[in-house]
Write a new protein. Sequence first.
Length: 375
Amino acid sequence: MEFTMVAPCLFGLEGIAGDELRRLGMENVRVEDRRVLFSGDENALAKANICLRTGERIMIVLAQFTAKTFEELFQGVYHANLEDYIPQDGQFPVKGHCLNSQLMSVSDCQAIIKKAASRRLGEKYGISWLPETGIKFQLHFTILNDNVTLSLDTSGQGLHKRGYRAVSNDAPLHETLAAGMVQLTRYRGREFFYDPFCGSGTIPIEAALIAKNRAPGLNRSFAAQDYPFIPENVWKLAKEEAKDKEFSGKYRILGADNDPSCVSLSFANAKKAGVSDCVTFKDGDATKLDLPTAEGILVCNPPYGERMLEQHSAQRLYSALGRHLKYANGWKKYVITSEPEFEHWFGKRADKKRKFYNGKIKCDLYMFTDNARRR
């Protein structure tokens, strides 16, 4: 089967996810606000789930239409070929969101979509009551500027759930965002990679997965593995293909944190991710630790004032970090924070900035690269 698929993304990661999907060989890649659309068959669906680093999930687009009234919403869903995907006993819960549209009540839209889907499936299967005792087929809707996209989730848990971080510290960074930050540095395993605020180890672990070209979804399962219209062998083949493309080598990746419990957690997570052979973690204060080499790539997610530290404490930390790194001209430095005056406290203007959301927190990634590039 050929599918139109959509990969929702965190704000700011859309272009990176689009580039990833093109490199994975997906067709008709189209980058939109907070999502990327593409097309492919069952093999592409499995490959995207297993290999995409910066998408939140992979969904099959079932219908796209305009709806300004509940009747138009009902008719758009009713005319979708849902029976091609959802069997007679399938569960089909509905969830979604609305933005800048005539239809803004999520609960009302859920009810209308459920009713339309039930009528369609009931008529196609010739029954008046659908048992919904079988496999779960999660329906998802997005209504943006009155344009409706109805999709079927194939991932289950979000793709940021790699399987290596069962427990995290108090201020976790989404794995997808960490991977996107690493990709922006163009790190491919050659330089020394350093995170002085490693927390639960997410950034160094994602860097190691990228260096080794290890697919992030190898150690987890996906909802669509149970879907009857997806052949079972596509998942095995996709994972075998991904493993065949892994690299082996000696990589220099270091994470540090001043909390010994975070360092222990990072070690455990790296082991679960299968990258403990190429990542090192140690205790230490980021504002005092000597840099491990004369040049490299530094990527970090220091505490924000609105999260773990009171704002003035965070600002003092940024000042101390700026003084510590003032003469580290051989290093490209990437710092993500929600502090709008970060450059002031850090003591240097970034060469580039990029907006992201870390969960619901609006952030900027500050990129200091020019001095390192000139060396």
